[in-house]
Write a protein that binds this ligand. Structure first.
Ligand code: ZN
Length: 123
């Protein structure tokens, strides 16, 4: 893939989320969350579905071409199975933020995304 900087904002793509997108297993829930954010930016449907727990995984994903992702902020969590984050994006020029507390499980040596709670509504 020809991109240099990782969409999650942490530096070189190949050394950051890129290696998970090509098959390495994320070592913890926060890293998986980060790589999934980058996968949304890059529209990597296969990766997003593969890292989604089979119990809650949708059949397919729709990417909205009007969505432009602007950045990700991961908040500290004391629970290794949850990740709280704020992702900022624009839809057709209007700014939004997604504040989610995501749940993850570790199964068969891999982390999976399960589902998310939304502690406040998006403005
Ligand atoms: Zn990254």
């Amino acid at each position: 893939m020809a991109i240099k900087y990782c969409p999650c904002g942490k530096g070189d793509y190949a050394a950051c989320c890129g290696r998970y997108h090509i098959g390495a297993h994320a070592p913890d829930a926060a890293t998986l969350m980060r790589s999934r954010y980058s996968a949304y930016v890059l529209k990597l449907e296969t990766y997003l579905l593969a890292t989604w727990h089979p119990d809650t995984r949708p059949a397919r994903l729709d990417f909205d071409d009007g969505t432009k992702w602007l950045g990700l902020e991961i908040r500290k969590s004391s629970d290794p199975n949850t990740v709280e984050f704020v992702a900022r994006f624009k839809i057709n020029g209007r700014a939004h933020r997604l504040h989610e507390i995501s749940r993850f499980v570790f199964e068969d040596g891999r982390w999976f995304y399960v589902d998310g709670k939304f502690p406040d509504t998006c403005e």
